[in-house]
Design a protein around this ligand. Structure first.
Ligand SMILES: CC(=O)N[C@H]1[C@@H](OP(=O)(O)OP(=O)(O)OC[C@H]2O[C@@H](n3ccc(=O)[nH]c3=O)[C@H](O)[C@@H]2O)O[C@H](CO)[C@H](O)[C@@H]1O
Ligand SMILES: [Mn+2]
Length: 351
């Protein structure tokens, strides 16, 4: 008897439990289906293993306020440059995207963009211009988290950041070889992604500090794995690219291979894709070091090798990496980011 009187509440609880479970399963399935109907490009971040994704309820579902923009044409566009790679990644040039439209797609996603920049030794003097111009042109309207790596934290300038932007300073060791400082970026970016960036950001850009922004660098540059074409080699044949050519190096690229020569001053993409890239490059660099080899252009050589066999999903034109000493060429309509002219003997610890 005692058994049966106690039994009813259990049955009730069980039934309620089953309903809750069914509701949960149904809700999940339903929202999954909704998401599947949405045409989301592979380059649009849709999930992050750690940082809960802040994807908008997708731009074409949020009920749109009317957005007016120029009708896209199938026939009229840039013809003086190539705007797509042979593996169908876009090459981003002025005139290939509508900034208003691009912003309208990405801004509702409330993305956070990590930006790493190294300022070791005297390179700390480049920080002010880098940061001040980034505030004017880089990912304006997005949440940006700068990670400044330096051995001179006291010399990091205080720069006014606009709303939604944040800067942290991370101390790293100095070195008496610039090659080592430049190359160790891979390892430090890798470990900082592990320790914090993967929880704090959706996309990441790793940039050279001896540079300034001059014009918009916006969401058109976002993608799964993003590389930039080096301004010094975009009109050259692959045999002239300064790839690492010694087969003994892990960065080796044979003379008859190679797509573009990518600049080491910018690596970008989803945090996890850049994590894999930095892990692989750092390990290969270590293997080379164990064999007493340093690739021709340090981490830039390893980057080029990695990108040859792991194609970027978006390629930025040299508008996104120019050099101040180079005269603007006719195909470059806008210089967005450019390396400043520097006195190597003055700023580097060695020559
Ligand atoms: C335009 C471009 O693609 N530049 C690449 C190029 O030469 P760069 O002449 O641009 O190399 P660099 O001297 O600017 O060094 C690369 C970066 O390392 C950092 N740094 C370097 C030295 C130093 O004493 N302190 C310091 O903080 C700093 O962030 C600098 O921007 O080749 C290098 C190969 O190693 C890197 O791949 C650079 O990204
Ligand atoms: Mn540089």
């Amino acid at each position: 008897m005692r058994f049966s009187t106690n039994f009813k509440p259990y049955v009730l609880l069980l039934v309620v439990g089953i309903f809750l479970l069914l509701g949960y399963v149904y809700f999940n399935f339903f929202s999954e289906r909704l998401n599947r109907d949405i045409p989301v490009d592979e380059d649009v971040k849709s999930s992050s293993p750690s940082k809960p994704m802040v994807r908008s309820r997708v731009w074409n579902m949020v009920s749109p306020e009317k957005l007016l923009y120029k009708q896209p044409s199938v026939l009229v566009g840039r013809t003086d440059v190539v705007t797509v790679t042979p593996w169908l990644a876009s090459i981003i040039w002025e005139g290939t995207f509508d900034p208003v439209l691009v912003d309208n797609i990405y801004k509702p996603m409330n993305l956070t963009i990590a930006t790493t920049v190294f300022a070791v030794g005297k390179y700390v003097s480049f920080l002010r211009d880098f940061l001040e111009t980034a505030e004017m042109h880089f990912m304006v309207g997005f949440n940006v988290r700068y990670y400044v790596f330096t051995d001179r934290p006291q010399d990091v300038p205080s720069v006014n950041l606009t709303q939604g932007r944040h800067l942290s300073v991370i101390q790293v060791p100095g070195s008496n070889r610039w090659q080592e400082i430049s190359a160790r970026r891979m390892e430090i970016i890798q470990t900082t992604i592990e320790s914090q960036i993967r929880r704090e950001a959706d996309y990441i850009f790793c940039l050279d500090v001896d540079s300034k922004f001059h014009a918009r660098w916006g969401a058109e540059s976002l993608g799964r794995l993003v590389a930039v074409i080096h301004p010094g080699y975009y009109d050259q044949t692959r045999a002239n690219f300064p790839y690492e050519r010694r087969p003994a190096s892990m960065a080796y690229i044979p003379m008859d291979e190679g797509d573009y020569y990518y600049g080491g001053a910018m690596i970008g993409g989803f945090v996890e894709d850049v994590y894999t890239l930095t892990t692989v490059c750092r390990n290969r660099f270590a293997v080379d070091a164990g064999n007493s080899i340093e690739a021709a252009w340090q981490e830039e050589s390893h980057l080029n090798r990695y990108l040859l066999y792991n194609k970027p999903s978006k390629v930025l034109s040299p508008e996104y990496l120019w050099q101040d000493f180079k005269a603007k060429t006719k195909e470059v309509k806008v210089i967005r980011f450019s390396g400043v002219i520097k006195n190597y003997a003055e700023v580097r610890p060695n020559v």
